[in-house]
Design a protein around this ligand. Structure first.
Ligand SMILES: [Zn+2]
Length: 234
């Protein structure tokens, strides 16, 4: 193995370390998304319950308005009934009074029903507020851990990239460019030694002549089977 190849293998080690760190960083994403999904399920339910309360409260105001109107009708009918002067008027006024009383009773019952729904929904809102607070306090620790992990990995990554830059300076430019091209495609180990007469990655046989040339020149050759770069091991 030539010093150039040995320098390139050091760069490859650094690149593999960087890939591992990048994978760890990417794995934090789904963990954060899972926390967010859990929280937003409760927050969404709370938001819907709030809107339902508002809608029922508006219905309740309308029902109260109708009740008030009907009570006034009852009072008016009552006054009419008390001021009648003939039996015929008395019969009509009595019927009128009964009718308005029925309407007032019905609208009061409606208003009470709506009030019941408002009360139920307010309990639901209070429950969901408690649930949300519980989820958030439970998640605080997990989010803190995730954040600390992210910061630590990012710091390690910065160090690893700096180390890689330093290692790369020891590799001839043309060799590094070729390696980077293969690496960009594979995003994994890209330089392998010949294993006997074959590619160390895929076992495709390499012709004797090419192997002899590699050994003589110390140059890298691309495997026609899998596209990795091969070097002649000692
Ligand atoms: Zn191969």
């Amino acid at each position: 193995m030539t010093p150039d190849v040995s320098a390139l293998l050091a760069v490859q080690q650094d690149d593999l370390a960087i890939y591992a760190l990048e994978a760890r960083l990417a794995a934090l994403g789904p963990r954060l998304a899972a926390l967010e999904k859990e929280r937003s399920a409760v927050a969404g339910a709370l938001e819907r319950a709030h809107r339902a309360v508002e809608a029922e409260e508006s219905r309740h105001r309308e029902a109260r308005g109708r009740t008030e109107t009907h009570r006034q009708l009852v009072e008016r009918s009552q006054r009419q009934f008390e001021s009648v002067t003939s039996p015929r008027e008395a019969a009509a006024a009595s019927t009128q009074l009964e009718q308005t009383k029925r309407m007032a009773t019905e609208s009061e019952r409606d208003a009470a029903q709506v009030q019941g729904r408002v009360n139920d929904l307010r309990h639901q809102v209070a429950d969901l507020e408690r649930q949300l607070a519980e989820v958030e306090s439970r998640q605080a620790e997990a989010r803190g851990t995730l954040d600390a992990d992210r910061v630590a990995i990012e710091r390690e990554l910065a160090d690893a990239r700096q180390k890689r830059d330093t290692s790369a300076r020891a590799v001839p430019r043309a060799m590094l460019t070729m390696y980077d091209r293969v690496r960009a495609r594979r995003r994994s180990a890209s330089v392998f030694p010949l294993r006997g007469q074959s590619c160390g990655a895929c076992d495709t046989a390499i012709p004797t002549q090419r192997r002899a040339a590699m050994a003589a020149s110390g140059k890298l050759e691309m495997c026609e089977g899998c596209g990795v770069l091969l070097y002649a091991a000692d």
